[in-house]
Design a protein around this ligand. Sequence first.
Ligand code: CTP
Ligand code: CA
Length: 224
Amino acid sequence: ADVENIEQDLRGKKVLISAGGTREAIDPVRYIANRSSGKMGYALAKRALARGAEVTLVTGPTKLTPPAGVTTYEIQTAAELEEAMLTHYAKQDIVIMAAAVADYRVKTVAEQKIKKNAETWQLELVKNPDILKRLGELKREQVLVGFAAETTDLLAHATKKLQQKNADLLVANDVSRKDIGFGADDNEAWLLTRKNAPKATGKLKKTQLADLILSSALQLRGES
Ligand code: CTP
Ligand code: CA
C-alpha cells in the first residue's frame, strides 16, 4: 500500500540520489566493481517521486530501469559520480548517497588489453575521493544522507562515518547478512542522526525503508 501512498509531502522539494555501484576500468575489457544492485537507491528515487519531489538520480550500471519522471544521469567511475553530484548539489533540499562507491581505482588504466603473461600480477590502486565527505564540507541548507555498509561493529563504524562526513542522517546496514542488503528486496537498518539515539528500523521492503529515510530527512529539514 505504501507505493500507492499519494501524500505529497515532498512537493516542491529537490532530491538528489546516487545509486548502484561504480566501475573502475583496468583495461578496455576489465573493471573493478562491487555487489551493489542499485535497488535501495532506485527505491528512494521512486518513493521521492511518488511523494512529489523533483528527483535527480545519478546511477552506476544496474539491471534496473529508472522510474519515469526522474532525471537520470548514468556514470561508471567514482570520478564521474563525483562530478555529477557536485554539478547538481547546490540547488538540492535532500541529497542521498546510496551508491556503493569504489574506494580505489586503478592507478594507470591500460589502453590495450593486458595479456596474461606472468604467473602473478599486482594492480596498483589509488584512493578515490570521498564524495559524501566532500558534499559534507560543501553543505549549506541541504539535508545530507549517507549509508554505511558494515560487516562488524555496525554502530561504532556508522557513528564515525556520520561525524567524519558531516552527514545529517546515516543509514547503517549489516552487509554480511544474506537476507538483507546487496541484491535483496528487503533491508534492515539503523538510522543515525546527530541528536538522537540510533533507531533500528526492523526488516522492511526497500521501498518502505526508502519512505522512512525520506521522512527522517524531511523532519531534519524542519519542515515536516
Ligand atoms: N562514499 C562516498 N565516496 C567514497 C566512498 C564512500 O561518497 N569514495 C559514501 C557512500 O556512498 C556511503 C558512505 O560514503 O554513503 C559510506 O560508504 P562506506 O563504503 O560504508 O564507507 P567508507 O567511508 O568508504 O569506509 P569503508 O569502506 O572503509 O568502511
Ligand atoms: Ca567504502
